[in-house]
Design a protein around this ligand. Structure first.
Ligand SMILES: *Cc1c(COP(=O)(O)O)cnc(C)c1O
Length: 368
C-alpha cells in the first residue's frame, strides 16, 4: 500500500513532548504555545499569532474577528474546503462564490470586481494545492472598496508570492496543522495579523471571550485553544521547515519527470509569474479527450493499493448549502470540471523514491 499521506517526525518532536510530560505542562497554558506562536510569527513575518485547535477553528475565529452583520457578503472561491464557507454561513454571512482558474486551481481574480456590492465586507483568498492566488490585484480591490482580506494559507506554509511569505498578506491570515499539511501538530491551527486590536480579538474568541472579571462575558467565543503538547510538536516541526519544503519540491519534480509521457493527463503547473509550485499535494487532472473521470481512475488505483483523494466538491453544489437556498443559481463550470477530472496521488513527507516509482508505474498501466 502507498498511503496518500504519511507524516514525518525527524527532529525534536519526542524530546519536546517528553518535556511536556516531565514538566506537567500539557494544557494551553504551557510554554510551547507562546513559543510556537512567536516562531510562526517570525517565520511568516507577522506581528502577532494565535495558536488554536484547527484550521477550521482559525477560520471561525477569523470571521468572528471582523464583526460582520447578518447578510453581509464575503467573496471567496467555490473550489475549496467547506471550512471556509461554513465559517461564514454559521455566522449569518453570505459567501459569494468565484470560479477557478483551470491552470492554478485558484480563484479567477478577474471575476471578483463584478461581484462586489454595497454589502461586500471582505474577500477570503485561499491558496489551493501549491500555487498561490494572484494576490496584488486582490489587495488593490480591497483598498479601492475598503474590504478586509482573510487569507487561508493552510496548504502553503513556506510558499511565497513574489518572494514574500504566504500568510503575510491578509488583514487576518490562517494556517492548519493537520497531518497532511507542511507541518503538523496532529490537529491545530494559527491566526496571524499585524493589528494589535485584531490580535486581542483572536485571543479572546479562542478562549470563550473571558474578560478581566473572570466568568463575565460580553461576547460569545469558543474553546478553540491549542494544547502545549500540540505546540511542542509544532515547534519541533517548524525547525525543519526548509527541509520540508525541499522534500515537497523534490516529490513534485520526481513525479513531473516520471509522468510527463502520459498524454491523457495534465500535470501541475510548475510555476506562474509570481510563484513556484510547492506541491502541497501532487495533483493530476484527466484531459477532456480521455473518456474516464477521476472517480473511475481513483477506483482503479485503489485496486493497485495506491492511495488517492478526489478534488474538492465545489461549494455551490453542496447539498447542505443548496438546502438552505444558497448558490442555487451559481454557474461555475471550471470548479465542477476540476471535481470531475481531478485527484491527487501520494505526496506526503515520508514518501520514498521507490514509492513514487510504484505510483508512476501503476498510472502508466492504467493510462497506456
Ligand atoms: C486543511 C485546510 C483547512 C482546515 O484545516 P483543519 O485543521 O483540517 O480544520 C482549511 N482551509 C484549507 C485551505 C485547508 O487545506
Amino acid at each position: 500500500m502507498v498511503p496518500v499521506n504519511t507524516p514525518l517526525f525527524k527532529g525534536n518532536e519526542k524530546k519536546y513532548l517528553n518535556e511536556c510530560i516531565d514538566s506537567g505542562w500539557i494544557s494551553s497554558e504551557g510554554p510551547f504555545v507562546k513559543r510556537f506562536e512567536k516562531e510562526m510569527a517570525i517565520y511568516v513575518n507577522r506581528k502577532y499569532a494565535t495558536a488554536c485547535s484547527s484550521g477550521t477553528a482559525a477560520l471561525d475565529i477569523a470571521v468572528s474577528m471582523l464583526n460582520l452583520q447578518k447578510d453581509d457578503e464575503v467573496i471567496m472561491p467555490s473550489f475549496t474546503i467547506i471550512s471556509c464557507a461554513q465559517a461564514l454561513v454559521k455566522q449569518g454571512v453570505r459567501p459569494v462564490l468565484i470560479d477557478s482558474d483551470l491552470k492554478t486551481f485558484n480563484m479567477k481574480v478577474e471575476d471578483i470586481e463584478s461581484k462586489i456590492t454595497l454589502k461586500t465586507k471582505a474577500i477570503m483568498i485561499v491558496h489551493i494545492f501549491g500555487l498561490t492566488v494572484d494576490i496584488d490585484p486582490i489587495l488593490e480591490l480591497a483598498k479601492k472598496y475598503k474590504l478586509k482580506v482573510i487569507e487561508d494559507a493552510a496548504q502553503v506554509l513556506g510558499q511565497e508570492y513574489k518572494e514574500r511569505k504566504c500568510g503575510s498578506f491578509g488583514d487576518i491570515s490562517i494556517f492548519s496543522f493537520y497531518p497532511n499539511k507542511q507541518i503538523t501538530t496532529g490537529e491545530g491551527g494559527m491566526i496571524l495579523t499585524d493589528n494589535e486590536d485584531l490580535d486581542q480579538r483572536a485571543k479572546s474568541f479562542r478562549n470563550l471571550c473571558f474578560t478581566k472579571d473572570r466568568f463575565i462575558h460580553n461576547e460569545l467565543g469558543y474553546n478553540y485553544r491549542m494544547t502545549n503538547m500540540q505546540a511542542a510538536l509544532g515547534v519541533a516541526q517548524l525547525e525543519k521547515i526548509d527541509e520540508i519544503i525541499e522534500k515537497k519540491r523534490w516529490v513534485g519534480r520526481s513525479y513531473n519527470k516520471l509522468l510527463n509521457d502520459i498524454n491523457a493527463i495534465s500535470l501541475p503547473t510548475v510555476k506562474t509569474d509570481y510563484c513556484e509550485n510547492i506541491y502541497w499535494v501532487y495533483t493530476i487532472v484527466i484531459k477532456d479527450s480521455y473518456k474516464k473521470n477521476a472517480k473511475e481512475i481513483i477506483n482503479e488505483l485503489e485496486k493497485f493499493k495506491i492511495g488517492t483523494r478526489p478534488f474538492f466538491y465545489p461549494m455551490h453544489k453542496q447539498p447542505v448549502f443548496n438546502e438552505m437556498g444558497l448558490f442555487l443559481k451559481n454557474v461555475l463550470p471550471n470548479s465542477e470540471k476540476l471535481y470531475k477530472k481531478g485527484f491527487y496521488i501520494p505526496s506526503g513527507l515520508a514518501i520514498t523514491h521507490n514509492q513514487i516509482e510504484e505510483v508512476s508505474e501503476n498510472l502508466h498501466k492504467i493510462f497506456t
